[in-house]
Design a protein around this ligand. Sequence first.
Ligand SMILES: *Cc1c(COP(=O)(O)O)cnc(C)c1O
Length: 357
Amino acid sequence: MKKHNFYAGPSILPEYTIEQTAKAVVDFAGTGISLMSISHRSKEFVAVMDEAQQLFKELLNIPEGYTVLFLGGGASTQFAMVPYNLLNKKAAYLNTGAWSKKAIKEAKLFGETVVVASSEDKNFAYIPKDYTIPADADYFHITTNNTIYGTEIKTDMDSPVPLVADMSSDIFSRPVDVSKYALIYGGAQKNLAPAGVTFVIVKNDILGHVERAIPTMLNYNTHIEKESMFNTPPVLPVFSALQTLKWLKEKGGVEAMHKINLAKAGRLYDEIDRNPFFKGTVLNKEDRSLMNVCFVMNDGHEDKEAAFLSDATEKGMVGIKGHRSVGGFRASTYNALPDESVDALIACMQEFEKNNS
Ligand SMILES: *Cc1c(COP(=O)(O)O)cnc(C)c1O
């Protein structure tokens, strides 16, 4: 039976990415050796690294003065690397979920950390809108897509201080005005590549202003100078990321992908709103994520959660169980998720309605 992959991360990747990677694992670029066994300094892999950085810049329309890095350590290492490199006296954070909280915890190790607003009072079911970013902060940190709670900041805000964003789960889902950000980072395993590579887009001139000593591997400038080749980069995930970027370009880039994502998530939200057995968990519709669609059984139907999960599992839905801190269901609708998977989930929900009415 066909599986419909709604996992939140690691998650669905384009078939193209998987096929190209599988081939390269056996014979990389006609070298007769595996992608897993080739030197990262070989001309074949250096070409992959260069092209991945170029295509990353092209697809996101990244202006001059920014560097794209491919590092290890996951987004979680960036939680510390950002304040290590940028926090002199004070940092400002928006607390929109579990990942924001982890980022805030790390920042506190380096200096005064102000939480300008939080949606924790309602289990992170909305994006706070009314707050002031302190003008004397070294930077303001946001999590654009809250993977666990299904909320998303969908516009590029103006910030009086350098803006830093964790875009782990919505990078390449929409056009981004990179010029409004000082630094963007994320684990690639949501919308781009297998686990193991972390992308960083950094504006070069924001670096070098803190007084502390920074360990070599945690200093962005180390990796900028060596073009992500200071130490061994995650060779295989970088290769896969390049394949996904090629696939995305072929699909028409982020503008085209954004239209598809609006339609895809939109159809699922419409069904959640229409179907009397389900309800969305996000309080304001405008805050609903295009990448992680969270819903629960509607009032009076709470006892049917296990039944729906088992029905959906039987019909090939994989990974739709919600995160334990929200409960219910989470259907992740990343770029690579085909329309037919959304159709299959909607069909499941409609059949559940029919059988239980
Ligand atoms: C998954 C995720 C992370 C954690 O990424 P790791 O690469 O596992 O460290 C951080 N932030 C967001 C928004 C995520 O979705």
